[in-house]
Design a protein around this ligand. Structure first.
Ligand SMILES: C[S@@+](CC[C@H](N)C(=O)[O-])C[C@H]1O[C@@H](n2cnc3c(N)ncnc32)[C@H](O)[C@@H]1O
Length: 237
């Protein structure tokens, strides 16, 4: 891998794209449905890879006031703070810079964690994903719930794209640089079996893993922003 898979997230134009999404798109109907199913408004929640603050803003507006939104990228943290401050002066304090693979919070500090819109899959390798999952597991309380998504390369709307790809171009199956509105972005697309295995290996029990289209109708703006993805809801066992 010659290019730096993390560089995309450090660019101002990329951060602006996600800040606009925070204001214009907000929480997806599918996210809202699963968040209200698994989290109570008094739960202390940790968001990983918060980007421009889209999910954090939605959570705060929905009455989840114990939210800490984090991202490793300084420009994402700055823009997420600006977006949240624009809605409520105190909300900018909810945003902190943290690398998901090495969280510095105390053990069992959170009732729930969210790594939205394929954030875990933007990490450069399986080893990085496992490090992040172990780190998230550590800061969750026993029985705490983790919600994440991953693009499914085997089933659903993205399967046809992957079927057209020749497997011999894959150094690691599912690893790919994709064109984006800004610079090319590295994302891993997984299979359900693979992500279930990574969750299990790091101490989580998968409770359910529906495609986003099976959870709710997300509408054209969300479809254009994100397409279809698979949710994984897992409990710290
Ligand atoms: C696809 S974007 C999703 C942004 C936001 N959650 C949303 O749904 O609009 C992935 C995010 O993960 C962040 N990210 C990538 N690697 C990370 C890491 N090691 N630790 C924390 N965040 C990371 C990126 O900076 C980016 O903000």
């Amino acid at each position: 891998m010659d290019r730096d898979p993390q560089a995309h997230w450090l660019e101002t134009e990329t951060a602006l794209h996600y800040a606009r999404a925070a204001v214009r798109i907000g929480l997806w109907a599918s996210e809202k449905s699963l968040i209200t199913k698994y989290f109570h408004p008094t739960d202390r929640l940790l968001e990983l890879g918060c980007g421009g603050g889209r999910v954090a803003l939605g959570l705060l507006q929905a009455g989840y006031h114990e939210v800490i939104a984090t991202d490793f990228s300084p420009i994402m943290v700055s823009l997420a703070r600006a977006v949240l401050a624009d809605h409520h002066p105190e909300w900018e304090r909810c945003v902190e810079q943290q690398d998901a693979t090495a969280l510095t919070y105390p053990e069992a500090a959170f009732a729930g964690a969210i790594f939205a819109f394929n954030g875990l899959m933007c990490l450069p390798s399986r080893a990085h994903r496992l490090a992040a999952l172990r780190s998230i597991h550590r800061v969750l309380k026993p029985g705490g719930v983790f919600i994440m998504t991953a693009s499914d390369r085997e089933k659903g709307a993205n399967a046809a794209y992957w079927a057209l790809e020749k497997s011999e171009v894959d150094e690691v199956p599912g690893d790919r640089w994709h064109e984006s509105d800004t610079s090319p972005v590295f994302i891993h697309s997984s299979t359900e079996a693979e992500t279930r295995q990574e969750l299990s290996e790091t101490g989580f029990t998968t409770l359910e893993c529906p495609l986003s289209t099976e959870v709710a109708h997300d509408g054209p703006a969300v479809q254009a922003f994100a397409g279809e993805t698979r949710f994984y809801i897992a409990r710290k066992s």
